[in-house]
Design a protein around this ligand. Structure first.
Ligand SMILES: Cc1cc2nc3c(=O)[nH]c(=O)nc-3n(C[C@H](O)[C@H](O)[C@H](O)COP(=O)(O)OP(=O)(O)OC[C@H]3O[C@@H](n4cnc5c(N)ncnc54)[C@H](O)[C@@H]3O)c2cc1C
Ligand code: FES
Length: 271
């Protein structure tokens, strides 16, 4: 199977959006699922959320933030190039049903991960209020797509260059104060998701987060993506990535993530 890149568009200096020929995955992928991508023999296999699946064109779209070697390699591939390996769709799909009023929160590249969830929830008849945020306007991605997927779109930037100055959780807190939603979905950096959980906990609002644990195989074999949820051991790649935010041990998860911040030379295959 050749995973040919049909399009590679820069969304900003360090984020690209790829359309890849992958008809089998495009037919099966559900909101919230991801693929394990290996660009070439030298690259590592990494998890990326299916941003959009287009079964008619036989393509899937991925939005990739350049974080390190593997993501940089993927974003550098031009249209026409072939990705070595795309495995999926993996993980449990997000539970899409009629909840009522839903708030979808996306931070940074997490906006690309919350988009398919917001779009599907709206299509299922929910009232979708989305809150998206970034450090500043040039880093804010997919605003038009999120506007289309939502009944209402609210924006926060750290420096106030777009929308409200502050964090997505500031807006969420105010929203809960005057119009508590029936459920909240959130994707973004771990500290953001932990803060979302704390914002909704006192009001008892069900909150689902998509955890971005570090993965190696993506199929439940290696244990790398282990997380404690409600005191039980879960694997993000097969039991998630969605979990009840009020049950997740964020402290333990962020400590586990930090083990990969040790000098790359000690761990990475590409050194
Ligand atoms: C289910 C799931 C879905 C994801 N979807 C997307 C997506 O749609 N788009 C996207 O850009 N990224 C997504 N990610 C994160 C992406 O997989 C990582 O950014 C990538 O693996 C980094 O690889 P690298 O070799 O480029 O960087 P590395 O050199 O491995 O890491 C660079 C830096 O990023 C940190 N990092 C590595 N992996 C992760 C991770 N999983 N989460 C947070 N920080 C990490 C490292 O600690 C390090 O500081 C997803 C992760 C998961 C688990
Ligand atoms: S990535 Fe290996 S068990 Fe989840």
């Amino acid at each position: 199977m050749a995973f040919v890149i049909k399009e590679n568009v820069r969304l900003h200096s360090s984020v690209c959006r790829l359309a890849i020929e992958a008809p089998d995955i495009a037919r099966k992928a559900q909101p919230g699922q991801f693929v394990m991508v290996r660009s070439d023999e030298q690259a590592e296999r990494i998890p990326l959320t299916v941003f959009r699946a287009n079964p008619h064109a036989g393509t899937i779209e991925l939005v990739v933030q350049e974080a390190g070697e593997s993501t940089r390699r993927i974003c550098a591939m031009p249209a026409g190039a072939e990705i070595l390996d795309v495995l999926g769709p993996l993980g449990e799909a997000t539970e899409i049903k009629q909840y009522g009023t839903v708030v979808c929160v996306g931070g940074g590249v997490g906006i690309a991960e919350i988009y398919p969830v917001a779009a599907a929830l709206r299509q299922a008849g929910n009232r979708v209020i989305s809150i998206i945020g970034a450090r500043s306007l040039p880093l804010l991605i997919l605003e038009a797509e999120m506007r289309q997927a939502s009944d209402e779109l609210l924006i926060a930037t750290d420096d106030g260059s777009a929308g409200r100055k502050g964090f997505v959780t500031d807006i969420l807190g105010e929203l809960i104060g005057w119009q508590p939603p029936d459920i909240v979905f959130a994707v973004g950096p771990l500290p953001m998701m932990a803060r979302v959980a704390e914002a909704t906990r006192p009001a008892g609002i069900k909150t689902i987060v998509s955890l971005n644990a570090i993965m190696v195989d993506g199929t439940g074999m290696c244990g790398s993506c282990r997380v404690s949820v409600g005191g039980k051991v879960k694997f993000v790649c097969v039991d998630g990535p969605d979990f009840d935010a009020h049950q997740v041990d964020f402290k333990e998860l962020s400590q586990r993530q930090k083990r990969f911040d040790l000098p790359c030379k000690l761990y990475c295959r590409h050194h």
